[in-house]
Design a protein around this ligand. Structure first.
Ligand code: ASP
Length: 351
């Protein structure tokens, strides 16, 4: 008799659970690995752990509170440490986000990611996802097994953002450490600290406090549904290399890049995109061979704007405010459409 009662009670609570899930907005969580899914041999080990070990369902099960806000479904896209990110993964994520967000039942997408290249994925999706619905990229600085792991709260915050109408139409978002950032602007600024993500002069878009999302500003550049880039039929991206300027620089890496088949080079120059004269000759020759050269800066903030007139004569394009790793992604996408320098310069003005 008791057994019968227990079964009936179980069925009632299951039905109630299913009914509740059916009423909640749907959120897809696409998992790629990273420290948020990392495990260490002790709870005090914060470095040298294995990233990307845990499966997405384990991360979701560790934060049952997410189920109060959304009907969440996890999908494991890859299980990598994000320093090993590839173009293939970027394209896979963009395509999957577009498929999911085209479904009217899906309110938003959360992506769990390693923090090392999180800013690259966030910016790539900012340029290739065709939706106003929230896409929130998160990670963690401490592995899942650590004392004071930051992953669980970041996951809860991300799911709440993904169902928040206020988070729509602001481009791809990055949310760690209770701060909401624009995927376009944010960058990793500290090797180990949980407050690693910020956007330098540009600041955060908002805060998460007292369980609520507070938005204070909007990104001004074209993003997501306003973007001209369509990767739905693209299987691979052109090779674009980054060259980092330094004292005593030369043209060896510029020449090597051309020889390796690069279609574009982003030069992380000193100051306002300045190039060592020994490298400049190599880059000018690269342009003559049809390689697109974009001038970025190793300073970390500011705008690369007209510098020496001869850079313009040599055909170098100014990378404006994108850091080198983001300029590289925009140049890859630009080169899928054109190699007209005027058009590419326009894109660096607009995105
Ligand atoms: N190496 C890790 C990764 O990017 C670091 C992290 O997730 O914080 O996957």
């Amino acid at each position: 008799m008791n057994f019968k009662k227990t079964i009936i009670a179980g069925m009632i609570s299951l039905a109630a659970g299913l009914a509740m899930a059916a009423d909640l907005p749907q959120v897809a969580i696409l998992a790629t690995g990273g420290t948020i899914a990392g495990t260490a041999s002790s709870n005090t080990q914060m470095t040298g752990y294995k990233a990307g070990e845990l499966a997405i369902q384990t991360l979701i099960d560790a934060v049952p509170a997410v189920k109060e806000f959304a009907d969440v479904k996890g999908e494991q896209i890859v299980k990598i440490s994000s320093n090993n990110l590839t173009d293939e993964v970027l394209l896979k994520l963009a395509k999957r986000c577009n498929e999911l967000l085209a479904d009217p039942k899906v309110s938003g997408v959360v992506i769990t990611h390693g923090t090392d290249t999180l800013e690259e994925t966030a910016f790539f999706l900012n340029l290739t996802v065709k939706s106003k619905k929230p896409v929130v990229v998160i990670g963690a600085m401490r592995p899942a097994t650590a004392i004071s792991a930051d992953g669980p709260v970041n996951l809860l915050n991300a799911v709440k953002l993904a169902v928040d109408p206020k988070a729509q139409n602001r481009g791809v978002l990055v949310a760690l450490n209770d701060q909401i950032s624009a995927g376009r602007d944010v960058t990793k600024t500290n090797t180990t600290n949980v407050a690693t993500f910020n956007s330098h002069d540009l600041g955060f878009l908002g805060y998460i406090a007292g369980g609520k999302n507070y938005f204070l500003r909007n990104p001004a550049m074209r993003h997501t549904w306003q973007s001209e880039f369509d990767v739905s039929k693209i299987e691979s991206l052109p090779r674009v290399d980054i060259l980092y300027s330094h004292a005593n620089d030369d043209r060896v890496l510029a020449d090597a890049s051309v020889a390796a088949g690069a279609k574009g080079i982003v030069h992380a120059g000193s100051g306002n995109g300045s190039v060592h004269q020994a490298t400049e000759a190599g880059l000018a020759d690269a342009v003559k061979k049809g390689v697109t050269v974009v001038l970025s800066s190793r300073t970390g903030s500011g705008i690369v704007c007209p510098n020496f007139g001869r850079y313009f004569q040599e055909g170098f394009i100014e990378g404006r405010s994108l850091n080198p790793q983001k300029a590289r992604l925009l140049l890859q996408l630009a080169l899928t459409k054109t190699n007209d320098p005027k058009e590419i310069a326009r894109m660096f003005e607009e995105y």
